[in-house]
Design a binder for this molecule. Structure first.
Ligand SMILES: Cc1ncc(COP(=O)(O)O)c(C=O)c1O
Length: 361
């Protein structure tokens, strides 16, 4: 192989992003396909963010602030921690990569529920770690089983809440009990990519867990609720000496000045952002009611997507939806994940789904 890649890298799979709408259009000879496969926000960023980005864009001949000091301070103030407890990264994906680079040696164990975020196995493979997966219990994360899977050589546990792709969530109280069962030598990463869509009653790990558990790291993103997926900006919160390790392995100037300005504007205009999120939550409720009325079983969703555990019919349903211009994320033979879109988009996929399922297998 050219350039002799590291053996474990040559053997590892690539991340498979959701199919692009243009790919589906070319494959099926259709127009106006919509991508509902990557849990993106269907709405463009709010005007205040567009203004902040526009103002920042003329400065891109310079690198952005390497430590993102203004944004770091704004995040720290927003969540009421010291700036040293926060680091900004190029999306939470980049931060998860920094966590693995900083903490995992080849042969260490990384424990996570499965099915969960598709990037976790890749992160484990990238560091030549042993991935230990703990099956979901009926779509839900089994925290007792996760704790039981942690051994002395487990460096990391990933807990996505809400979980991708099932949309189920765990409470901070339940995570707290899991933390009591494992030593502080194992970092527990609470991946809150969908935080804005979650039920606040599930708790806030920064205030509920971090003060008493030095091994907790929380990752969050501006990609989903704030609608900045294409800009790549997120943050991690943890103990300052844990955060300091992540900073060491960040690529220089990884977060552009445009992304920093946009994220700062998102914090300053949090209420407007939550209005957009609120509209999507109303839609999510309407979607689950329509699915329920049609007898289509699905776990209660806490992210901006729904999980339909359709089993062996995953592939034919995905194809049927794609032919009508709806691109979803299939996980055969388990089910499909569909992002909450606008009302029109949601009605389009629900109508197709109901029609297809009524035709029988
Ligand atoms: C559970 C989870 N974590 C992290 C991410 C990464 O998001 P980003 O890198 O855009 O911040 C995603 C994206 O889909 C996700 O589903």
């Amino acid at each position: 192989m050219t350039g002799r890649p590291r053996t474990h890298i040559a053997a590892m799979p690539s991340y498979k992003p959701g199919k692009a709408a243009s790919e589906a259009e070319a494959e099926h000879g259709i127009t106006e396909a919509i991508k509902m496969a990557s849990n993106e926000n269907p709405h463009p960023p709010i005007p205040a963010i567009v203004e902040a980005m526009t103002a920042a864009v003329t400065g891109v001949n310079r690198y952005g602030d390497n430590t993102c000091s203004d944004l770091r301070r704004a995040v720290a103030d927003m969540i009421d921690v010291e700036a040293e407890s926060v680091t900004i990264g190029a999306g939470s994906s980049a931060l998860l990569g920094q966590i693995v680079d900083a903490f995992v040696d080849p042969g260490d164990r990384i424990v996570y529920p499965w099915r969960s975020f598709e990037y976790y196995p890749i992160l484990a493979a990238r560091s030549a770690a042993e991935a230990v997966t703990v099956p979901l219990a009926d779509g839900h994360i089994d925290l007792d089983a996760l704790a039981a899977a942690v051994t002395a050589d487990t460096k990391l546990v990933f807990v996505a809440t809400p979980n991708n792709p099932t949309g189920t969530a765990v409470t901070t109280a339940a995570i707290g009990s899991m933390l009591e069962a494992i030593t502080t030598d194992t970092l527990v990463v609470i991946d809150e990519a969908y935080r804005e869509f979650n039920d606040p009653a599930h708790g806030d790990p920064v205030t509920d867990l971090l003060p008493d558990h030095p091994n907790v790291l929380v990752t969050r993103t501006f990609s989903k609720g704030q609608g900045l997926a294409g800009l790549r900006v997120g943050y991690a919160v943890g103990l300052p000496d844990v955060i300091a390790q992540l900073i060491k392995v960040a690529a220089p100037f990884a977060v552009s000045n445009v992304a920093q300005a946009a994220a700062k504007a998102a914090i300053e205009h949090h209420h407007e952002i939550m209005d957009v999120v609120g509209e999507l939550l109303v839609e999510r409720q309407r979607v689950t009611e329509r699915l329920g009325a049609a007898g289509i079983e699905h776990p209660a969703p806490y992210g901006n997507f729904v999980w339909i555990p359709i089993g062996e019919r995953t592939d034919d349903l995905t194809l049927a939806l794609e032919r009508t211009g709806i691109v979803v994320r299939p996980f055969p033979p388990e089910g499909i994940r569909i992002t909450i879109g606008t009302s029109d988009q949601n009605d389009r996929w629900i109508d197709t789904l109901i029609a297809h399922l009524s035709e029988g297998p």
